[in-house]
Design a protein around this ligand. Structure first.
Ligand SMILES: [Zn+2]
Length: 656
């Protein structure tokens, strides 16, 4: 071996040693890094120092500032309070509640790591949330980017989405109905997001929240965070949890009397006007003179005065702190991103369109209020008691008529229903046409269909002589006479008589576009008919909600006591024949004992569906009725002609 060669070998060996040492040092450094004493910060301080709001999720991207949403400071600080193990936040949307949860998560990963679970209503939500919110937070927030390895490229994508590893812990994301995930790993931290929309049961394993609580049992320093917009009174998981906690409300000090008062919808006063919009558009409103009226002293203050006045969390039940549960209630009136006017407009639009579901959404997500199902269903007797006397065939307020027809082997049952603004309804005429739907007109005996035409062709009159006709009729095609119903409806297309098929089950929309079906005679298609599928369960829920409204006005159902209209005991017994009951995890409609006939409920359901699809332009109808009213001097035949013309014109606006 030459000297040169020996030197070269020695140098190479030395190089290798150096490399090995460097590599070892790197490894040690990495390992030591995770043992570095954490910074002594609160969640708020950590967020203000490190947290970056990602541009794709924030109107104000860049550094997080707690001062923008001062109401989030206390809930965040509760996260580092060793006495508190459960934090409950009932919050409207647009108040920053998700960012608050993400701040807690970021703090946990960076400062006080441990095994964590993030649970969303469904598994799809979990994946979506991870991609849309958690990944950008990790990317944009420096200490997290360095620690979370799930975000590194090259890892299995699915693993990286639902599991995020970091020194000292791992975050698992899952849906509330996945029992395997909920019961598998111990968790020191649990983040329950939108828990009012969670499954009532995790795949037969029981209440998902209880399963999660069991996961945390071994950790003395556990933290459970429940966050949700509220839903329906009596069925809201977050509201129940809120009640067991400190029950803290974000209160303002009234500039007039100095009392600490909660700013909520009940204490907001405003004036509004309806703006006429083009045909087909939703009704729009203008809102002005929006003020806060102090419930203590009755003095009024404007929005800016209230938003800049001192605020404080006021606890209704401070003793719950001893049990380690702090609960907070925040509505959109405190949000820096939403004006009161905007909230009121959303409320007016929802109530103006008369859809209880939309109104509930506004209650829950903006007003931050529980939606009240107004008490239990009335009894048949109570419904009979509240009937009223109509002074004419059509009471004032009715702006459109539809009819629902239930088909039985020996008869048709029908109800003509009147509709006004804000989903107020009037029962107009209930009745039965005896005879088989399969028997045609015979000499001396008209078919049930010809007799039904009398109702469809009739001019239903108001007290002042004006009149309306039935705009749409829906006929049930279930049962033994499906083809007859198809055929008879096809013949009456110009009168807008349509066949419908009721479909039960959760999640089926009340109405949707029709399909074309064959009319089959002796095995041969002899024609076509339109068939509408009606989500009957959604419709029943709507009826029951409306029946619970106790005062005339939006949503109220009127019934006449006039003789011959048939709103009698049998009618109400049928209308109130079913109720929604929770069977295991599913809500199902069940017959109430003693209520055997449900035709009145079906007829009303079909009439409502017809109205929903008709979607009448009430402003226009009202204008037409009113304009016509100015011509009361005109001879009656002319006026009739006008009505017919108007109805015909309305035909063109519907896409049947
Ligand atoms: Zn006051």
């Amino acid at each position: 071996m030459t000297q040169k060669k020996t030197k070269k070998t020695a140098r190479k060996a030395d190089q290798l040693r150096q490399q090995a040492l460097a590599s070892l040092n790197r490894t040690v450094k990495k390992a030591v890094a995770s043992f570095k004493a954490p910074e002594d910060l609160s969640v708020m301080e950590w967020s203000d120092k490190y947290r970056q709001l990602s541009p794709e999720n924030s109107a104000e991207p860049g550094r997080w500032r707690t001062s923008r949403t001062p109401y989030l400071e206390e809930p965040m600080n509760a996260f580092t309070d060793p006495k508190v193990h459960t934090i409950v936040v009932v919050a409207s949307s647009q108040v920053g509640k998700t960012e608050m949860e993400l701040n807690m998560l970021g703090y946990e990963i960076d400062i006080d790591p441990g095994p964590a679970m993030w649970v969303t209503p469904t598994a799809e939500n979990a994946e979506d949330f991870s991609k849309r919110r958690i990944a950008p937070m990790i990317r944009d927030t420096k200490p997290l980017r360095k620690k979370v390895s799930g975000s590194a490229a090259g890892r299995k994508a699915s693993n990286a989405i639902l599991k995020k590893k970091y020194p000292g812990g791992m975050l698992t994301l899952t849906g509330s109905s996945s029992p395997a995930n909920l019961a598998s790993v111990p968790a020191r931290y649990v983040f329950g997001d939108e828990i009012d929309r969670w499954a009532t049961d995790a795949g037969g394993e029981g209440d998902p929240w209880s399963l999660l609580e069991a996961r945390t049992a071994t950790f003395y320093n556990r933290k459970m965070v429940m966050v949700s917009t509220p839903t329906v009174k009596g069925r809201s998981r977050i509201a129940k949890a809120f009640d067991t906690g400190t029950r803290e409300y974000w209160c303002v000090q009234c500039p007039h009397c100095g009392e600490w008062v909660f700013v909520e919808f009940d204490n907001i006063r405003f004036k509004h006007e309806k703006i006429q919009v083009k045909t087909g558009g939703d009704v729009q409103y203008r809102v002005h003179d929006v003020v806060f009226c102090c419930p203590e002293c009755g003095c009024i203050s404007d929005e800016q005065t209230i938003k800049h006045a001192p605020h404080e969390w006021v606890a209704e039940n401070p003793d719950a702190y001893q049990n380690g549960v702090r609960s907070f209630w925040i509505n959109a009136f405190s949000s820096p991103w939403m004006s009161w006017e905007h909230i009121i407009l959303r409320f007016l639009e929802a109530s103006g369109n008369g859809d209880p579901q939309k109104l509930q959404t506004v209650f829950n997500t903006l007003l931050g209020k529980l939606w009240e199902d107004r008490g239990d269903l009335a009894t048949d007797d109570e419904m009979i008691e509240r009937r009223e006397h109509y002074g004419a065939e059509l009471p004032d307020g009715v702006l459109a008529l539809t009819m629902g027809v239930d088909t039985q082997d020996n008869r048709l049952e029908y109800e003509v229903v009147g509709y006004g603004r804000f989903n107020e309804t009037w029962g107009i005429q209930k009745g039965v046409i005896m005879g088989s739907p399969g028997v045609p007109d015979l000499p001396g005996k008209q078919s049930v269909w010809t007799r039904l035409d009398r109702l469809i062709d009739k001019d239903w009159t108001f007290a002042n002589g004006k009149s309306l006709r039935i705009s749409v009729t829906f006929v049930d095609s279930g049962g033994h006479y499906t083809q007859d119903v198809y055929e008879q409806c096809a013949r009456r297309l110009n009168k807008r008589v349509f066949a419908i098929k009721g479909k039960g089950g959760e999640g089926i929309p009340f109405t949707k576009a029709p399909t074309k079906v064959d009319i089959v005679r002796e095995g041969r298609a002899v024609g076509k008919a339109w068939l509408y599928t009606i989500g009957v369960d959604a419709g029943k829920e709507r009826i029951m909600k409306a029946l619970k409204i106790g005062d005339p006005g939006p949503g109220y159902c009127h019934f006449p006591d006039n003789a011959g209209r048939s709103y009698d005991g049998a009618f109400f017994n049928g209308l109130l024949s079913e109720k929604l009951t929770l069977k295991g995890t599913r809500w199902t409609w069940e017959k109430i004992p003693g209520h055997q006939r449900n035709e009145p409920l079906d007829c009303r359901n079909y009439a409502n569906a017809a109205e929903q699809l008709l979607n009448p332009n009430f402003d226009r109808i009202e204008n037409e009725l009113r304009n016509e009213g100015t011509e009361t001097e005109a001879p009656r035949p002319t006026r009739r002609k006008i009505i017919k013309k108007q109805q015909k014109r309305r035909d063109y606006f519907d896409n049947y």
